[in-house]
Every structure is written in structure tokens, then in C-alpha cells.
Design a protein. Structure first.
Length: 330
């Protein structure tokens, strides 16, 4: 039986990935430090649905704690590690940069060390579409230059990619990075726009619409993200040279996005339709750290695992709003 470690296992993507793997008969160990960046009760609610399932184990762990993380890996054996643990959020990185250094840099380096010393067969880790910054060429390809991040969050994810490549080159273990594009769905993160928009619309309160709703996002439904991850777990990359370099590594990088950007205005319209209620809109300018468009080129993903995200925006939003009404009793 495959044994998979999911870091950030009480998080949005971590929870749904664990559900899927357990249903597939995979043994899952989950770690999380349950930080109060958003409602810890929601994180606990996710864990409550996993606890007691055959093959599932949870451990409270702060990956930024080097000794505790080293001890954890030393006492375990994993076929695959999926690193989803991170401090998320573009705007929060402006307010609290230290948390991104601790979680996204120190914590990630500790995971890499754990994988190296315990000889993990494949590390899959979450990067972000934020690394593309204000790039003007669309759709975004993993071969594009991403040296100009416009938020510390994006910079930390780009740093993850560079560090992961160097570990794979130096120590020879396979690493796959995944650039996620605006993930949404039931039990999602309350700091995301679709969550706060739904809450405000149902309560008759105004919503803040940045850049007058003209930003575009490649909104990707959670089930599509999980499907992409699962298909890549048992496909560790072969050794190859980096483009334009003689440096070799067992390293791969993929976009997972819907390949169909939607305007923020259309996104709000989908929520209004699902809620059966029109939003009261407060139009505001672009915020620092935000980018005008995200748009995923997923040709490499299709070639590797014959999969392309395809859940329509309205279908995905309908499922989210249905969950939201049930969970919050609205």
C-alpha cells in the first residue's frame, strides 16, 4: 500500500486530497500546525471528517521547527510527500512578511531535508500562479521568465522552485512542482474572494470589487486540482537537463489551471446566480500585489497525464454556495 504524507493536511487542498487518496486505498499521514490565519474551526471540521477513517493518521507539527520536523521524518517512511503547507495570501504578505519566511522558506527547506534523509521516493509540492507576476505574455507557460514577483508570497513560491531544483540536482531525488491557479470550492479558504463575496451577498452587505471587476483569473475547481495531483503522484520525473543549461535534475514543473480565464465581474455574476441575489458593489482600484490576469498553459500537464481541468465556473460556484448555505445554516 502506498504511504503518502500530506503537509498542510487540515488545509483546503490537503483535506480534499486526503479524502481522495483514502477512497483509493492509500495510507495517508497528515500534518498541520493549525495556524489561526483563518478560522481554525473550519480546519478542525475538515479533520473531523478524516479522523477515524482506515489508513488516516494526523499529527500536529510546525514544519518551521527544524528539530521537530527532522524527528518526525526520522521516525516515518513515506513513498510520496505532497507539500501543501504554506502561509497563503498575497495581501497578507504585505502586512506580515515574517510568517512567509518562516512557513514558506524555512518550513519548505525542512521538508526537503526530511525527504533527503529519509529517502522519499517523490516530492510533490505546491507553487502558485502568483509567480508569473505581471507577465504580459498569455497563457502563462512554465518556461516563461518569472524573475519579477510583485508580492512576497510570489517570491517565496519562486524561491521554493529554485531550492527544490537544487535539492534534486544535488541529491538525486525526484521533485515535481505544481503552479496552482486560483483554487476554489466547498470548504475553501475564508480569505478568498468567492468566500467573502458569498457571505456578503447572502447577508445583503456590499462587496469590494478591485480594479472595477476587470481582473481576469483562471479559476480552478478543487476536484480538478486533486485529480491533477493524484495523476502525478506515481510519475516521478526522469533526469533531464534544465533549458539552456547542463545542470541535470529529476525535476518537473506543471501548471494546473482551468485554461479559461474569467473576469472578476463574470465571477461575481456566477455567485449572484447561485445565491439568487444581486450584489451591492463597491468599486475600488487595483490593490498592491494583485496581478491583472492569470491564464494557465496546461499543454505539459495534458502530455504528462492526459488531463485538463474542465469544471465550469458556474457548476463549481453552485457547489460551493450549496455547501456554504448548509455549513453556515443560511
Amino acid at each position: 500500500m502506498m504511504h503518502v504524507l500530506i503537509t498542510g493536511g487540515a488545509g483546503f487542498i490537503g483535506y480534499f486530497l486526503a479524502q481522495r487518496l483514502l477512497a483509493d486505498g492509500v495510507q495517508v499521514t497528515s500534518v498541520d500546525d493549525l495556524t489561526p490565519y483563518y478560522d481554525v474551526e473550519l480546519k478542525q471540521a475538515r479533520l473531523d471528517q478524516l479522523e477515524g477513517k482506515p489508513g488516516f493518521t494526523f499529527q500536529l507539527l510546525d514544519l518551521a521547527d527544524r528539530e521537530a520536523t527532522a524527528d518526525f521524518f526520522a521516525g516515518s517512511s513515506f513513498d510520496v510527500v505532497v507539500n501543501l503547507a504554506a502561509q497563503p495570501g498575497v495581501r497578507y504578505s504585505i502586512e506580515n512578511p515574517a510568517s512567509y519566511i518562516d512557513s514558506n522558506l524555512v518550513g519548505f527547506a525542512n521538508v526537503l531535508e526530511g525527504c533527503r534523509h529519509s529517502k522519499v521516493g517523490h516530492l510533490v509540492y505546491a507553487s502558485s500562479s502568483s509567480v508569473y507576476g505581471m507577465n504580459t505574455k498569455v497563457p502563462f507557460s512554465t518556461t516563461d521568465d518569472v524573475d519579477y514577483p510583485v508580492s512576497l508570497y510570489a517570491a517565496s513560491k519562486k524561491a521554493n522552485e529554485l531550492i527544490a531544483h537544487s535539492y534534486s540536482h544535488l541529491y538525486g531525488f525526484p521533485v515535481t512542482g505544481l503552479r496552482f491557479f486560483t483554487v476554489y470550492g466547498p470548504m475553501g479558504r475564508p480569505d478568498m474572494a468567492y468566500f467573502s463575496f458569498t457571505k456578503a451577498i447572502l447577508e445583503g452587505k456590499p462587496i469590494q470589487v478591485f480594479n472595477r471587476g476587470e481582473m481576469q483569473r483562471d479559476f480552478t475547481y478543487i476536484d480538478d486540482i486533486v485529480e491533477g495531483i493524484v495523476r502525478l503522484l506515481d510519475k516521478p520525473p526522469e533526469e533531464k537537463k534544465a533549458p539552456g543549461s547542463n545542470a541535470t535534475a529529476r525535476y518537473a514543473l506543471y501548471n494546473i489551471g482551468n485554461n479559461q480565464p474569467e473576469t472578476l465581474g463574470d465571477f461575481i455574476s456566477a455567485i449572484e446566480k447561485a445565491c439568487g441575489k444581486e450584489a451591492v458593489k463597491e468599486m475600488l482600484p487595483m490593490q498592491p500585489g494583485d496581478v491583472p490576469v492569470t491564464y494557465a498553459d496546461v499543454d505539459d500537464l495534458i502530455a504528462a497525464v492526459d488531463f485538463k481541468p474542465q469544471t465550469s465556473l458556474q457548476d463549481g460556484i453552485n457547489r460551493f454556495v450549496e455547501w456554504y448555505r448548509d455549513y453556515y445554516g443560511q
